[in-house]
Ligand binder design. Structure first.
Ligand code: NAG
Ligand code: NAG
Ligand code: NAG
Ligand code: NAG
Ligand code: NAG
Ligand code: NAG
Ligand code: NAG
Length: 862
């Protein structure tokens, strides 16, 4: 603990002088044993005089009077308590105290104040005194935050760091420095949030010409403003990085996160250092440079981790509108393809300010048959002032741009969605790595020259390629016996395909490979935190989708087991390309599950899109699915009655959450044993939301032409009329419950007298032979009352009429209560029909295999 005792003690007013002596005695004596804590707070009537300081509890920060270099004026500030004093906050930045007679105090009205030698107020926290308790205390926290709290709360806040009840805090009134823990608000209704303002000069803390903050226009970005407007911008935030800072890597910028608070729609940025014990800050210097500093303990100095703008092209719109700046080129500025300098003379003299203009106007307006097209620019900092449109499909983005004549460019990024431009393209930069792809709209005539060149290029490539291929084939044939080891070698060294637009640089792809960690999971899709994995990391994790890693075949494609870079095990569901519904289902599942958080629902870590390929990445469930236990003679004994009942309860809770407790009302539509996955402790988790439907809160029932689901679990009204509601899930749950207890499949069930499990169960219960239904493995361990009760609840759930079935809240209640009266279920009649309706055609059923009972064993992935 540095600074066991501080410059000067803690002085008190006259009437408290006795206390003061006691206080300082305590300090003096305890400092002898060097475990003392310096004061970190002042209460009403107490002072911090010039020369005295407060020190935060663990000694990170110090507050007191200081003078900048070359100046004798006194300011109250906070600085990191290290050997090189770097001020992070100034109270009276534009009204210094002359001389060393200034004091800081908590005044009688509860405000924090800086007074000069004549008791004149130089600075005040200026809170409305009628809303502040008059005996508040100012506390210097370990985060560097100076907080004004009601006295009673000061101690606990100081220890626990909770400042939510504060009346005022310096983090809400920053000067030129961002400290970890601060929140930088992003609020489109408030306009530009110029949170940080530079000093006027290196020795004058008064507000200078530059400010730094967040552009409220979504997607947000960090902007530096000078006197004449924007000086620099970070590029749009894509949930992981600022896309205009191509070398943004783990080493320094990693750790930004954009938080969305649902309640009032507010969002804010935070930054968390990789190592929480690092001393770190971002600040805007008096000359307009933003820099990030890290305290280096070994050299006892601040290291500059990064500064912006770093290069000439980083300066805002260096080359003018519709031009592009490339650091590698000479001259650095050039007009975009299809554009020419607006004033060629000035341009050739190196005066870029006028920018460029279109050579050929777009044809959109004159309604001629020739359409405009798009030209791709890879690896660029996208123009400023985009309108973002949420869609997770690229094609929709292009269509959106085409349909609006004023749209002149678009870009698509999985983390941001679709961005459209209608204004001039401002501040575009060409990167040699990183960046995104901009699709600029050009008249067809401008594009054709381009395509002539590319046609020629393609022809040459094809000819050369064919020749090389011929030689290779010949070589392979010639030396085929020598090449036994080749295929293995090839697989291991398979060249990674081009990464998504989203990540081009290698360093980043390493960071994206794990869902654990700070900013990695901060991808925003539809308001939910979710990771976008890049294809190469998924390939590496699943050993290039090898057969050994294949877990099974799900409804929409194979499921693979994988292991990420960091050791995290995952299950990857690769949606089959031929599946016509794949894209919808994919969207549906991603958006849905990302928003759902419940211990009985399988967790979605993220997704991956690579061209046509779409993949969902889930937590891996070592025990696979429920059907692999209850229907497997070798393994069914592992689930005793207690465990089975817990599983039933778990499923019911998960379903209850879907139906009622999540913010959306969700009908799963395909609840079955193979969609219940088990974790290490055999806790059930509902999976496979590919067919789930979201309902509005006042919508109760819907119908569909596309009946999807699995035979044996579908309620009669859904199978026959396509009507589904929460009650169709209740039906499936009832079937599942009976299966768990009996260890028999509803579908494959054939007894002489009864055509399916449900009817069989009903008759047994009716005749008082309920115990005969129960899986012999659990007959001895179970409690008869409870099992019979469960069967009865199960049968209530599978009654023919949806109205008769209890809803999930009542199901929960009936299962758990020992006393509640149970009605006797009605005989399920139409299920006895469905048992023999194998010929009934289900339109476009995804689960055709399930008609012969195959799915139950083949979907046991994850
Ligand atoms: C202070 O608060 C009171 C009541 O909350 C209000 O009437 C008064 O106008 C406020 N004064 C200022 C200066 O904001
Ligand atoms: C002042 O603070 C004490 C606790 O420190 C509290 O008991 C008291 O009610 C407060 N007085 C006023 C006027 O708020
Ligand atoms: C800030 O602006 C003023 C007025 O335009 C100018 O005189 C001064 O040099 C500027 N300071 C810096 C640091 O650019
Ligand atoms: C974090 O930083 C501290 C001090 O700088 C160092 O001792 C510690 O090893 C670091 N921890 C990690 C995980 O890097
Ligand atoms: C640059 O060009 C603009 C017009 O294109 C002109 O107004 C401006 O004076 C020029 N600047 C210089 C330094 O020549
Ligand atoms: C453009 O042409 C189509 C058919 O050629 C016509 O239906 C449409 O009205 C035209 N739109 C305008 C704005 O002229
Ligand atoms: C085209 O986009 C602009 C800007 O977003 C918008 O104001 C306008 O209404 C759009 N026009 C059409 C026809 O959608």
């Amino acid at each position: 603990m540095p600074g066991a005792f501080v410059n000067g003690g803690m002085p008190f007013t006259g009437k408290n002088r006795a206390k003061f002596w006691l206080f300082s005695l305590f300090f003096v004596s305890s400092s002898l044993f060097s475990y003392s804590r310096a004061a970190n707070s002042i209460s009403r009537g107490q002072f911090v005089r010039d020369g005295e300081t407060l020190i935060s509890p663990s000694g990170n920060f110090e507050l007191g009077f200081f003078s900048p270099a070359n100046s004798s004026r006194r300011y109250v500030g906070i600085w990191y308590h290290v050997s090189v004093k770097t001020v992070v906050w100034v109270a009276n930045r534009d009204s210094p105290v002359s001389g060393d007679s200034g004091v800081m105090t908590v005044s009688n009205d509860g405000n924090l104040m800086v007074l000069d030698g004549n008791n004149g107020t130089v600075w005040s926290s200026s809170i409305n005194s009628s809303s502040v308790p008059t005996n508040s205390t100012a506390v210097l926290m370990d985060t560097g935050n100076l907080v004004l709290l009601a006295s009673a709360e000061a101690d606990s806040a100081s220890a626990g760091g909770d400042v939510s009840n504060s009346n005022w805090q310096s983090f809400d009134h920053p000067t030129d420095t961002y400290l970890p823990g601060m929140r930088v608000r992003v609020n489109s209704t408030d306009g530009e949030n110029r949170a940080f303002r530079s000093w006027k000069s290196s020795d004058d803390p008064s507000p200078g010409n530059f400010s730094m903050g967040v552009d409220p226009r979504l997607p947000p970005q960090i902007v530096i403003w000078g006197q004449s407007g924007r000086e620099w911008r970070s590029g749009h935030w894509n949930g992981q990085i600022f896309t205009g800072v191509p070398n943004m890597t783990r080493s320094y910028l990693f750790g930004f996160r954009l938080w969305s608070i649902q309640a009032d729609g507010s969002r804010y940025f935070t930054y968390t250092p990789l190592n929480s014990s690092n001393l770190l800050m971002f600040r805007i210097l008096w000359n307009g440079t933003e820099e990030q500093l890290l305290w280096d303990e070994t050299s006892n100095a601040w290291t500059v981790l990064q500064e912006q703008p770093a290069k000439e092209c980083d300066f805002y719109n260096k080359c003018g509108d519709f031009a592009i700046c490339n650091e590698m080129d000479s001259p650095k500025c050039s007009c975009m393809e299809g554009f020419s300098p607006k004033s060629p003379d000035q341009w050739n003299r190196g005066n870029w300010s006028a920018g460029c203009a279109r050579k050929t106007q777009l044809q959109c307006q004159d309604n001629s048959s020739r359409m405009d097209g798009f030209l791709k620019l890879d690896g660029v900092k996208l123009p400023d002032f985009a309108d973002s449109v949420s869609t997770i499909i690229r094609d929709e983005c292009e269509a959106k741009c085409l349909e609006n004549c004023s749209c002149n460019a678009f870009a698509f990024d999985v983390g941001i969605g679709c961005m459209l431009w209608t204004e001039n393209w401002i501040d575009v930069q060409q990167f040699d790595k990183g960046g995104l792809t901009l699709q600029i709209r050009l008249a067809n005539s401008e594009l054709r020259t381009e395509s002539k060149i590319s046609k020629l290029f393609i022809i040459i490539t094809v000819l050369v390629g064919a020749f090389v291929l011929g030689v290779l084939v010949w070589l392979l044939w010639r030396f085929k016996d020598n090449l036994k080891g080749f295929s293995i070698f090839y697989r291991k060294n398979k060249k990674l395909p081009l990464l998504d637009n989203f990540v081009k640089n290698e360093e980043l792809s390493a960071e994206l490979s794990g869902p654990d960690g700070l900013a990695r999971d901060a991808k925003q899709v539809g308001g939910a935190d979710i990771t976008v994995f890049n294809f190469s990391s998924i390939e590496a994790a699943t050993n290039f989708f090898s057969e050994e890693n294949k877990l099974g075949l799900g409804g929409f494609g194979p499921v693979y087991k994988g292991k990420l870079f960091g050791g995290q095990e995952i299950a990857v569901k690769r949606l089959s390309r031929k599946s016509s519904q794949g894209l919808d289902e994919f969207k549906n599942e991603v958006m849905l599950i990302a928003k759902l958080q419940h211990r009985n629902l399988v967790r979605l870590f993220g997704f991956c899109v690579q061209g046509e390929d779409k993949m969902l990445v889930y937590e891996y469930m070592p025990n696979k699915s429920l059907d692999s236990f209850i229907f497997n003679p070798a393994k069914r004994a592992k689930l005793d009655w207690k465990k089975r009942f817990e599983i039933i309860e778990g499923i019911a809770r998960g379903l209850l959450y879907l139906h009622r407790d999540s913010r959306l009302r969700i009908i799963h539509r395909d609840l079955k044993a193979s969609n219940i996955l088990l974790d290490e402790e055999m806790n059930p988790k509902i999976s496979d939301f590919g067919m789930a439907r979201i309902f509005g809160t006042n919508e109760n029932e819907a119908s569909t032409n596309r009946v999807v689901g699995t035979y044996g679990y579908m309620s009669p009204e859904y199978a026959m009329e396509g009507l589904f509601s929460v009650k169709s899930d209740v039906y499936s749950f009832g079937v599942l419950l009976l299966e768990i207890i009996s260890g028999k499949k509803n579908l494959g069930f054939r007894m002489l007298e009864h055509s399916n499990l449900i009817v069989h169960a009903w008759h047994h219960l009716k005749e008082g032979k309920g115990m005969e239904l129960i899986d012999p493995c659990i007959r001895d361990t179970c409690s008869t009352d409870k099992v019979l009760r469960c069967i009865q609840v199960g049968l209530l759930c599978v009654q023919d009429s949806a109205v008769d079935r209890p809803a999930m809240p009542s199901v929960m209640l009936l299962l758990e209560s020992k006393t509640a009266d149970l009605p006797f279920p009605k005989l399920p009649r139409s299920t006895s029909i469905t048992g023999s309706m194998d010929t009934c055609s289900l339109s476009e059923s995804q689960e055709i295999e399930s008609l012969n009972g195959v799915t139950a064993s083949s979907v046991d992935g994850r």
